[in-house]
Design a protein around this ligand. Structure first.
Ligand code: HEC
Length: 139
């Protein structure tokens, strides 16, 4: 029985798809920064969840929109650790004061530092690889 042209085209496309999937799935993307989360930053992450900071704030543009995006609040010019700590410690006329202890404030700042080192938002400097994956360039 002769093999139809359709079957040849279909099989070739299937093989290409499988090969492409294999390359993309196995090439892996090295993390931009090989940073371990400190135990203080992990505590901060839990506090961030407990106090539902994301209901008003965003990471990577996602979250609630009452307060500003916090992805890079630590490295943003004119802001930084002390600036962030002041809001977290006392709140403001627009942000509630959660009456956190000093160690809770420090943990939250450590967590924000970790997030800040991890990435930029919005990402403006990136490259598109041959296989179609997109990688952020060093910042
Ligand atoms: C009810 C909404 C709300 C919640 C919940 C909230 N915030 Fe805020 N936050 C705000 C608003 C609004 C501002 C801007 C305040 C201003 O400009 O006076 C702000 C400002 C900040 C800033 C300064 C950001 C900047 O770029 O100027 C930081 C840091 C911050 N919040 C951290 C937190 C953390 C950490 C939590 C959780 C413990 C939290 N916030 C929970 C509303 C909130």
């Amino acid at each position: 029985m002769a093999v139809s042209k359709k079957a040849i085209v279909f099989t070739s496309l299937l093989l290409c798809f499988m090969a492409y999937s294999f390359v993309v799935a196995t090439s892996g993307i090295a993390p931009l920064h090989d940073v371990q989360m400190s135990s203080e930053a992990i505590d901060g992450k839990f506090l961030f969840q407990e106090y539902n900071c994301i209901s008003c704030h965003q990471f990577y543009g996602l979250g609630g929109y009452m307060g500003p995006d916090l992805t890079n609040v630590i490295s943003a010019s004119g802001k930084g650790e002390n600036y962030a700590a002041a809001f977290i410690r006392h709140g403001s006329s627009k942000m509630p004061d959660f009456k956190l202890s000093e160690s809770q404030v420090n943990s939250l700042v450590e967590y924000l530092k970790f997030v800040d080192i991890e990435t930029r938002y919005p990402i403006t400097d990136f490259k598109i690889n041959m296989d179609g994956t997109v990688v952020e360039n060093g910042n």
